[in-house]
Design a protein around this ligand. Structure first.
Ligand SMILES: Cc1cc2nc3c(=O)[nH]c(=O)nc-3n(C[C@H](O)[C@H](O)[C@H](O)COP(=O)(O)OP(=O)(O)OC[C@H]3O[C@@H](n4cnc5c(N)ncnc54)[C@H](O)[C@@H]3O)c2cc1C
Ligand code: FES
Ligand code: FES
Length: 1336
């Protein structure tokens, strides 16, 4: 069709937060997220990934349907929503929900007051998901609530406090949250230990909450209603810079358009086309948007099934199927139920609300959850083209095994017919994904069997799989062969072999899961076999016995339940009510996080003439740069310049040790992802397009070292290598009863802070001054690096940090290099330059936690006493040193965890490889070396026949002791934490209950583990822990406080205001914190190592005490006066109202030659007990319960501190059980976004999650007797790892398998499945056969 007759809609009309938007130049390439942020300056909606995977950009879309006169509200990811798709719709963003300037919405208020935000970057997205749910269901069920949050990721909180806020809206919340006294029904008060303290539960007071009043919300704009009712629908055409968008209104028109432009995609939800265009270099000059065509939106109930329009969203489909299931007889709805089963976990709600049925089917992606079940269910497709309409079985589009020649390019899918199931027909859908919710499946399956009437003789059978090949595939031969067979073990055996023969997986699958997939393929068929057997029993119990009782639980999938939780802390009874220290005070920015007003780097308004930077990175792991050709890039629209190493005025290579840290690669590249140059342009889109045009020629260099094993082979290490030795290791080996040797591999971890690395560099125009706004943990270091790269004194560079959207160690040196890139560009162009890394670039470039190999030899006695250990640790440092040697040192210093090992020798090597350089990450080496220790502890238990907890107890530090480097420690609180956790978790009775469960269940097993922790606190030397603060009192009595610490979400500013409030004896409301800056506090140390509060707190206290000392004579003279009077008087008496405070740092030393020292200041202790349940057929697991007892001294803010413990713990669950980085053999990181790299989501946190702070613990070394605890909780995540191991051990014991076996981290479903050996795993041969060898 030509576009004659189509009225060109030169204006795009929609509403945002009740205001009309008329866009005259709507560009089809523009997504709503960037339109909101850059055009409308609504920066509350955040960028987290750009691909629909994190939910940070969630908004609410409202539409009006004139026929039904219904308004529909749904959540959607703004990052994938083309603005052109919004014609006639209303958008609500977090700013439209509420603000501090108008009214705060109850969702915002409760999230903040329940401590549901830490860094706050995910919070607006959370608000929008909850808000949208409440618009549709003012009193939702907890199930609806957890489903609404499945598409939102948070890296800080561990979700518990967010869910606590959510529960206050749920009608079925098991916890009342609303007793008149402000306490919850779970509250218990107990007098503990001494009269000074009272055990407290409840970190917020629901009495303070405003009620939810649905009448207060925005109404749907009447103008849009009128438009929808009165204006006939017309074709809309939008022309962008490169793309034309055509939105027809009739099927005929669509057919004509498709005939004219057969290659143009139909875009409905854009969840398939969008990511292809953004991330996979696909380009379409014309796109057709058919969503407004009535034929594609039909929902029709027929006598033999349902017809659903291809443009219907998956959410609508879910509703339609659910209604049909509730109204029709069960026998007819088995296919509907199976489809619903898949829809429950497909994507998050934001995806299902926009993704269309047609899009899912026609994309024919291997990872489709729907195609296997729709194909198995004999669904039909209604196709239309100019040539007419036709119906084809959906399975036909997969008949050729590649799924691409049945539908003509000019054909469109109009609707899909889903038939009723028949008598004697059974159908099921299955999936196994790296995360239970919001994750593409590893394998999905649809299976259907029809029996000859009244028998179990197979009349028809369909088996389809997704995930196994490039598209959905059918086990056709198998199905045909089995016709006529009876549904029994013999058939199962034959079927399994036939399926494995027929479904051939490419061994080179990028994710390397070929053998796991094969095992799943047969295991899932087995599950189907069991389901059908059980159904046959229900139908005719006399003929069909069903399945053994102990098999029954496998028929139930794990569900996400609203977690229950208790938090216990100590309140000081004698404390003045005005003193905020020790109280669960809300995060200082909590409300601003929830309203979207909190400003992060990319929210800073643009500066006149500002340029955007896109980096060009190396595609080779080790190569000489032969040439860099920027000529094509420079011709691209909007391009201003290309910045290379030649533009760096001074230092391009920083020599902090032997090998340099490099800003721009100059002559060679040493990893994939190294920055070679950067394109500066007038928009990010232009910069990115041009960056793709830079041509770099390489010449391969040898060797390419990627793994630790490669590095050992090539003797490639960063120096110095470290060793600690104490006692007489070799002699002790001669006297022990047993010796065991082993090795564990621990994968790396991506920080996945929600705010990607961000810099805004603004040249100030005189004296070479530059303001640099950076998302960093270490402004002084940024200042130093930028100054060195520009060749100016540090006093010209002003680095500012208001807050950081998560860092976890990842925003230190890497942030410095990126700040230098931006500053060099700003210096060269003399313009402000903004560098915001895309999620993919961030993951590719910046490295993460070190992958690790631990090798150990342990000598022990029959009674479980460990006498001697010889261990070697290798960490993969990547291509530059960063802090790898330090990390290796910490591995050694903390490897003993909670145990006294009389003879010990351990080595640590930082391997130099051609991976992106790895860096600091919460825990800094301890999470790895601690896991090795706990692994050999567990193996000693296995060898001696003792329980792991006994071996732990036997070897635990007991009295005043010395560590292996001769530092003294008093382990009293270690033992107290252990005993309290044992008691609070009811460990022994639950262990007995688990044994009972395991006897009664064959395919599901539970496991439990309790793990103690000693976490030494300290930064290794005094100068690294010095701190300063600056406090001004203004004449109106208000106080401006600043210090050197950075707000990363750990609540440091809130705590510092608490400290100042106590010291100055004034309410917190008098005190304001503005920003951390090198202009106010020079040379501040990094906010790392859990030390921020400790050291800055001392400095703030010092400054406040100085001020108070000056004020004291005035106060003494007028004791009845108030603060304002005293300040006024002080000013009039010319008393200085500004003071700096200083803390010299903690004394610390370590002599590596002697292997002795006092590198730590004090010790934190803790214990965690976790219980899990595994599915032995799929490897899936569920975290059932965790109890943590932590000794953190006297908490300054229990809400913040418990939040840190929970958040770190959940990050630890990610490290030890889920998060898997995958590299290609060429060293390219393949996992570069939330779609491939799975961090824990709501479905992953324990169903029962309890945290108690140890009572009566003092710490003379830190402010107000507190302890720095940001990192410690992460290690406790390994209690889940060992609970999984316990469950696997039970399986293996029951099956008579080898007692000792090695498990690596992360302990993913793949590994769990491999360790639970059965007939199916044994059938699977090939690579995994070798892998399985470990377990046989
Ligand atoms: C974060 C995320 C998570 C996801 N998780 C899952 C998951 O767990 N399981 C799963 O199965 N899927 C998942 N998906 C995929 C998602 O379900 C599909 O992308 C979606 O259903 C496609 O629909 P759409 O309307 O967005 O398609 P679009 O992107 O708009 O179009 C996709 C393709 O379909 C074609 N098409 C669309 N409609 C028609 C039609 N009527 N006739 C002919 N061709 C048509 C288009 O030409 C285009 O090629 C996920 C996607 C994302 C982004
Ligand atoms: S930014 Fe949109 S989902 Fe992540
Ligand atoms: S608070 Fe959720 S990501 Fe930081």
């Amino acid at each position: 069709m030509s576009l004659q007759g189509a009225v060109g809609a030169e204006e795009l009309i929609f509403y945002v937060n009740g205001r009309k938007v008329v866009e005259k130049n709507a560009d089809p390439e523009q997504m709503l997220l960037f339109y909101l942020r850059k055009r409308l300056r609504l920066t509350g909606t955040k960028y987290g990934c750009g691909g629909g995977g994190c939910g940070a950009c969630t908004v609410m879309i409202s539409t009006y349907e004139p026929a039904s006169k219904k308004i529909r509200h749904y959540s959607a990811n703004a990052c994938l929503l083309p603005i052109c798709s919004l014609y006639g719709m209303a958008v609500t963003t977090v700013e439209g929900v509420g603000s501090t300037r108008t009214r705060i919405h109850p969702v915002q208020e409760r999230l903040a007051k329940c401590h549901g935000s830490q860094c706050g970057f995910c919070t607006p997205g959370m608000v929008m998901s909850i808000y949208t749910l409440l618009r549709n269901h003012p009193e939702p069920t907890s199930e609806q609530m957890t489903a609404a949050l499945a598409g939102n990721l948070c890296r800080c909180t561990g979700y518990r406090p967010i869910l606590d806020a959510c529960k206050t809206f749920c009608k079925d919340s098991v916890c009342c949250q609303s007793k008149a006294n402000g306490r919850c029904c779970l509250d218990q008060e107990e007098d503990l230990f001494d009269r000074e303290e009272k055990e407290s539960v409840g970190l917020f007071s629901p009495d303070e909450f405003q009620p939810l009043d649905p009448t207060q919300e925005f109404i749907f704009p009447p103008e849009l209603m009128r438009m929808a009712e009165n204006q006939p629908k017309r074709t809309l055409v939008f022309h962008g810079e490169r793309i034309m968008w055509i939105s027809p209104v009739s099927l005929d028109e669509l057919q004509d358009l498709k005939a004219a432009h057969p290659d143009a995609p139909l875009v409905v939800g854009n969840t398939g086309v969008g990511p292809d265009m953004k991330f996979r270099g696909v380009f379409h000059p014309i796109v057709i948007a058919p969503a407004r065509i009535p034929d594609l939106n039909v929902v029709e109930r027929m006598s033999d099934g349902l017809t659903i329009g291809a443009a219907c969203s998956l959410s609508l489909m879910k509703d339609v199927l659910r209604n049909a299931v509730s109204e029709l007889p069960e026998e007819k709805t088995k296919i509907f139920c199976a489809v619903l089963q898949q829809l429950r976990t497909l994507g998050g709600e934001q995806i299902r609300n926009v993704a269309s049925l047609g899009g899912n089917i026609i994309s024919r992606k291997s990872t489709s959850d729907l195609n296997p079940i729709l194909a198995a269910g004999n669904c039909m497709l209604n196709l239309a083209s100019q040539g007419g309409k036709r119906w084809i079985p959906l399975s036909d589009i997969f008949a050729d095994g590649v799924g691409n020649n049945t539908i003509m390019p000019e054909e469109v899918l109009v609707s899909v017919r889903i038939p009723h199931s028949r008598k004697g027909e059974y159908i099921s859908a299955f999936r196994q994904a790296p995360r239970r919710e919001n994750a593409l499946p590893i394998i999905s399956a649809g299976m259907r069997v029809l029996f000859e009437e009244g028998t179990d003789k197979i009349k028809d059978l369909s088996i389809f799989y997704g995930g196994a090949a490039s598209t959905t595939i059918c086990a056709k031969q198998t199905c045909q062969t089995l016709i006529g067979r009876y549904w029994n073990e013999q058939m199962l055996d034959e079927a399994s072999r036939l399926i494995l023969n027929e479904i051939v997986l490419p061994d080179s699958a990028w994710d390397g899961k070929a053998e796991y997939k094969k095992t799943l393929i047969v295991s899932l068929f087995y599950k189907f076999f069991l389901e059908v057997l059980q159904s046959l029993k229900t139908m005719d119990p006399c003929h069909y016995p069903g399945i053994p009782m102990e098999y029954e639980s496998i028929l139930e999938d794990f569900q996400t339940k609203m977690p229950q939780s208790i938090q216990i802390y100590q309140a000081k009874l004698s404390q003045s009510p005005q003193d905020p220290v020790g109280r669960p005070i809300m995060h200082q920015s909590g409300i601003k996080h929830a309203t979207g007003e909190a400003v992060y780097i990319d929210d800073i308004p643009s500066v006149d003439g500002e340029l955007f930077l896109a980096v060009v990175t190396s595609s080779r792991a080790h190569a000489k740069i032969v040439s860099v050709d920027t000529s094509e890039a420079l011709k691209e629209p909007g391009v201003f310049d290309v910045i290379t190493a030649n533009d760096v005025p001074a230092t391009n290579e920083f020599h902090y040790s032997d090998d340099p840290e490099i800003i721009f690669a100059r002559n060679k590249v040493i990893c994939v992802g190294q920055i070679v140059c950067a394109v500066a342009a007038d928009s990010y889109a232009h910069a990115k397009q041009a960056a793709a045009k830079v041509r770099i020629e390489y010449e391969a260099l040898e060797p390419v070292i990627l793994t630790i094993e490669d590095a050992i082979k090539h003797n490639s290490f960063f120096e110095p290598k470290r060793k600690l030795e104490h006692g007489n290791v070799d002699k002790a080996f001669e006297t022990v009863d047993h010796i065991l040797e082993g090795e564990i591999h621990i994968g790396g971890q991506e920080h996945f802070y929600m705010e990607t690395q961000s810099v805004l560099a603004i040249p100030k125009g005189e004296d070479k001054e530059m303001d640099v706004y950076v998302s960093t943990q270490h402004p002084a270091f940024i200042q130093e690096m930028v100054a060195a790269s520009l060749g100016v004194p540090a006093n010209r560079i002003m680095c500012h940090v208001k807050r950081v959207g998560g860092a976890f160690g990842g925003k230190l040196l890497k942030a410095g290099l990126l700040a230098s890139v931006a500053s060099v560009a700003a210096n060269k162009t003399n313009r402000a330059v903004r560098l915001i890394l895309s999620r993919g670039d961030d993951m590719l470039i910046t490295g993460g936690r070190h992958p690790f190999i631990g090798k150990y030899k342990v000598g022990f006695m029959k009674d479980g006493r460990i006498r001697t250990v010889d261990a070697k640790y290798y960490i993969n440092g990547g291509c530059t040193p960063d802090e790898s040697v330090l990390v290796a040192e910490v591995c050694l210093l903390k490897m003993d965890n909670a145990y006294k090992i009389p003879n010990l020798r351990c080595w640590a090597y930082a391997c130099k490889t051609n991976l992106p350089s790895n860096t600091a990450f919460r825990g800094f080496g301890f999470p790895q070396s601690g896991l090795v220790t706990e692994t050999w502890i567990t193996e000693v238990a296995e060898k001696t026949g003792l329980s792991p907890e006994k071996v732990r107890e036997i070897n635990m530090y007991k009295e005043d002791e010395q560590t292996h480097f001769k530092q003294k420690l008093d382990p009293q609180n270690l033992i107290r934490c252990w005993n309290e956790c044992m008691e609070k978790s009811a460990y022994y009775s639950r262990k007995t209950a688990i044994e009972e469960f395991n006897k009664q269940n064959y395919w599901k097993k539970k496991g439990i583990a309790i793990v103690p922790m000693k976490f030494p606190f300290g930064l290794g030397s005094r100068y690294l822990s010095q701190a300063a603060a600056l406090v001004h009192i203004y004449t109106d009595g208000s106080v401006l406080l600043t210090h050197g610490g950075i707000e990363l979400g750990q609540g440091i500013h809130t705590k510092m205001i608490q400290v100042a409030s106590r010291e100055l004896n004034i309410p917190m409301s008098y005190i304001h914190f503005c920003e951390t800056s090198t202009t106010t506090v020079p040379n501040a140390c990094a906010s790392v190592g859990s030390a921020g509060t400790d050291v800055n707190g001392m400095a703030v206290k010092d400054a406040c005490q100085t001020l108070l000392k000056r004020l004291q004579p005035i106060i003494n003279k007028n004791p009845k006066g108030n603060w304002k009077d005293w300040i006024k008087e002080a000013f009039e008496q010319s008393v200085s109202l500004s003071a700096t405070g200083y803390f010299r740092g903690y004394d610390a030393n370590m002599d590596w030659e002697k292997g002795e020292g006092q590198p730590f200041t004090y010790f934190l202790y803790g214990t965690a007990c976790s219980e899990v349940e595994i599915n032995c057929l799929t490897g899936d697991h569920k975290n059932l319960r965790t109890d943590i007892v932590m000794d953190i001294g006297c908490s300054i803010n229990p809400a913040v501190d418990i939040g840190q413990i929970e958040g770190a713990f959940v990050q630890g669950i990610g490290l030890y059980t889920m998060e898997e980085l995958k590299y290609s053999p060429e060293g390219v990181l393949c996992t570069r976004g939330p779609d491939q790299y799975k961090i824990p989501a709501v479905c992953d946190i324990p169903e029962q999650f309890n945290v108690s702070l140890l009572s009566s613990s003092q710490n003379p070394y830190a402010i107000y007797s507190s302890k720095g605890l940001g990192e410690a909780g992460l290690f406790l995540g390994c209690s889940v790892f060992f609970a999984l191991r316990d469950a696997i051990t039970c399986v293996r014991n029951e099956r008579g398998l080898k007692k000792t076996f090695a498990l690596n981290s992360p302990l993913t479903a793949e590994q769990i499945r491999a360790a639970c050996i059965d007939d199916f795993t044994k059938m699977v041969i090939g690579r995994w056969g070798n892998f399985l060898f470990n377990y046989l």
